[in-house]
Design a protein. Structure first.
Length: 368
């Protein structure tokens, strides 16, 4: 478990039992000895990065966490790592005694991966500056997902809604309309309404799955039966496209699972395969039984997905360039739901693809 320490506690660490360090706004004498030193085990075992700068902005002390996180040493120039204007501005204000403390969010690109930190700065005695860095990358990522989600939902619902409103206005203003025109407009209204319904239903389903993440799955279910039921639901649609579904089953096998959610997962995968498979092709479903796990694979004969795009296929509302060009119907939520149901069941999801050969989606389950 990470040892995250509050700045107020850290300030206390800086105070020697015999000689105290004074902080701004505290009328105390300057210390002769500080607990800030490379030999201080307490400070160095803390997972929160801490740095103390001298008046000339050279590093006076840097704990182990800061060295590892930012690849810094006490000899380095801190401004080579922290180059943002906001960082420079806050340091200057503290050094110039315009402010005694500061807090802001810092985005760093020059670490192994882009990270976000909540930075706190305090002016210490003798005009030194204490800096702490709390990693908020995950929180920032979740906030970005929320913002993207709201934006995507608005966009996805706005398009069909605009079409519906435009047709209604057209029908209201058009005095004479033929039966042929009326049927044409009604068909469009029905199509766009169903699209909105599908988006809303998928979103509600996704929300339900997310709220059920903490729910423990204890029911034993027959995986073969769920797969057969899923195929039965999609066979008519497959036949319309001249696609055959072949299922190679293993011996009867049981897993811990939610039957409804698992069927939704398999239906979504088959539906995705039907959309992107070539006409009059085969979707091959196979359940392989291993000693400790079961692997269920869905293999289609389609155009395939470029390798660089595969990680994006399970993102909410993501649609491949091919889907947009060919105007393949869909909400872009199908595989996102598959991913979340897999996580819910502690199953592993794997997607592989070869251009002009097809795509394979594998779900690996633990055996009971």
């Amino acid at each position: 478990m990470k040892k995250i320490i509050d700045l107020n506690i850290f300030k206390k660490i800086l105070v020697n039992k015999e000689e105290k360090t004074s902080f701004v706004n505290e009328k105390q004498t300057e210390t002769k000895h500080s607990l800030i030193s490379p030999d201080n085990d307490i400070v160095n075992v803390i997972d929160t990065p801490f740095i103390v700068l001298k008046r000339n902005n050279k590093i006076h002390f840097i704990n182990t966490a800061a060295k590892i996180t930012f690849n810094l040493s006490s000899e380095d120039n801190i401004f080579h790592t922290f180059r943002t204007p906001e960082f420079h501005e806050n340091i200057s204000k503290i050094k110039d005694k315009k402010i005694s403390k500061s807090q802001f969010t810092l985005k760093l690109f020059n670490v192994p991966q882009t990270k976000f930190f909540n930075v706190k700065m305090y002016r210490l005695a003798d005009n030194n500056t204490l800096l702490s860095f709390i990693d908020i990358t995950r929180l920032q990522h979740l906030e970005n997902l929320r913002t993207d989600f709201v934006g995507n939902v608005s966009h996805e619902l706005k398009t069909p809604l605009s079409i519906i409103i435009n047709i209604i206005e057209l029908l209201e203003n058009q005095k004479k309309i033929t039966v042929k025109e009326k049927n044409k407009f009604m068909k469009i209204l029905s199509k766009e309404s169903l699209k909105m319904k599908s988006i809303i239903e998928n979103l509600l389903h996704l929300t339900k799955i997310e709220t059920d993440f903490t729910k423990k799955i204890t029911k034993v279910v027959n995986l073969n039966k769920i797969i057969l039921d899923s195929i039965s639901r999609m066979e008519t649609r497959a036949k319309k496209n001249g696609i055959k579904i072949k299922y190679t089953r293993s011996k009867p096998v049981n897993i811990l699972g939610d039957s409804d959610q698992l069927q939704q997962m398999f239906v979504n995968i088959i539906d995705n395969s039907i959309k992107y498979a070539d006409k009059k092709s085969l979707i091959n479903i196979e359940l392989r039984n291993f000693e400790n796990k079961l692997i269920l694979s869905f293999k289609d004969q389609g155009k395939g997905i470029p390798q660089r795009l595969i990680p994006r296929t399970t993102e909410r509302f993501y649609r491949t360039p091919e889907a947009k060009i060919k105007r393949i119907e869909g909400t872009g939520l199908g595989l996102a739901i598959v991913k979340h149901i897999a996580i819910m069941h502690k199953a592993k999801l794997r997607i592989t693809s070869k251009i002009n050969i097809g795509t394979t989606i594998e779900v690996s389950f633990k055996k009971v």
